[in-house]
Design a protein around this ligand. Structure first.
Ligand code: ADP
Ligand code: ADP
Length: 227
């Protein structure tokens, strides 16, 4: 479980991106951060893996302050997926997914076997293993991004507008795939989107943020739909 405790972020230019945010993010569920552009969603996500340091407040994972561990150990325990997948353009799909296991010291064979297994898990045809990112559609690239983030089997998955750049039909398929993966693997997923429909579709819990980086509401999709 991730606990965000009274966390604020003021950037060097004085912008207050997040203002006294407190949020409990349980394991085995998808927690969505939703709200208009600029309300502090990405900043919040990046504070969880320490790409951004809070100005005040504390973030804990299973009770432990995230500052008490080396940052690399923390990041290895958290997969990270961004909007345009951020794939390595000069590596094949298989090798993109195998990158993290290779960094962890796995043999090339074992890392590629793991990558092949993950391709299947996210619904990518095995024939795509030897292709390069530019040879894939946007939706397929996002699947690769998800597979790469899952490669070290991290307990936490951070997803920043992962499906926003793909068309609505493909997006629907990716959302369903994510729900299936979540059911099978039971990760703690933190999912950022500006789209309330998407938040309600994928979220077990939805944190609605408003401009100024404050929490407006933290509710289940059912509660949001009936309010
Ligand atoms: P969101 O993800 O909801 O669009 P962000 O967390 O990206 O919001 O940004 C929140 C606010 O902080 C915005 O006003 C944005 O312009 C500002 N901001 C983000 N990153 C920086 C930065 N590195 N320096 C200064 N201001 C920033
Ligand atoms: P490297 O050049 O890194 O030593 P290899 O010569 O083993 O790699 O493989 C060349 C290319 O073939 C790599 O880009 C890799 O993605 C691809 N490849 C190797 N093994 C497999 C495999 N089992 N399935 C799919 N693609 C593979």
């Amino acid at each position: 479980m991730i606990a965000i405790e009274d966390v604020s972020k003021r950037y060097a230019d004085g912008t207050v991106a997040v203002d006294r945010l407190s949020l409990q993010i349980p394991d085995h569920s998808i927690t969505v951060l939703v709200g208009p552009s600029g309300c502090g969603k990405t900043t919040t996500l990046r504070m969880i893996n320490r790409m951004v340091e809070p100005s005040s407040g504390t973030i804990r994972v299973n009770g432990e302050d995230i500052r008490s561990r080396p940052v690399n150990a923390l990041r290895r325990s958290m997969g990270y997926v961004i909007q345009n997948a951020g794939l390595f353009q000069h590596r094949t799909i298989l090798d993109n997914i195998a990158t993290v296991p290779r960094l962890l010291g796995w043999s090339k064979e074992r890392a590629r076997a793991r990558a092949a297994e993950l391709m299947e898990r996210v619904g990518l045809d095995p024939g795509m293993a030897r292709r390069y990112p530019y040879q894939l559609s946007g939706g397929q690239q996002q699947r690769v991004g998800v597979a790469r983030a899952l490669a070290s089997d991290p307990p936490v998955l951070l997803m920043d507008e992962p499906f926003s750049a793909v068309d609505p039909v493909v997006r629907r398929g990716l959302q369903e795939e994510l729900l299936r993966i979540q059911e099978e693997l039971g990760k703690a997923i933190v999912f950022v989107t500006h789209d309330m429909d998407e938040a309600i579709t994928v979220g077990d819990r939805v944190a609605v943020m408003r401009t100024g980086g404050r929490l407006a509401q933290f509710a289940s999709p059912d509660e949001l739909l009936s309010s």
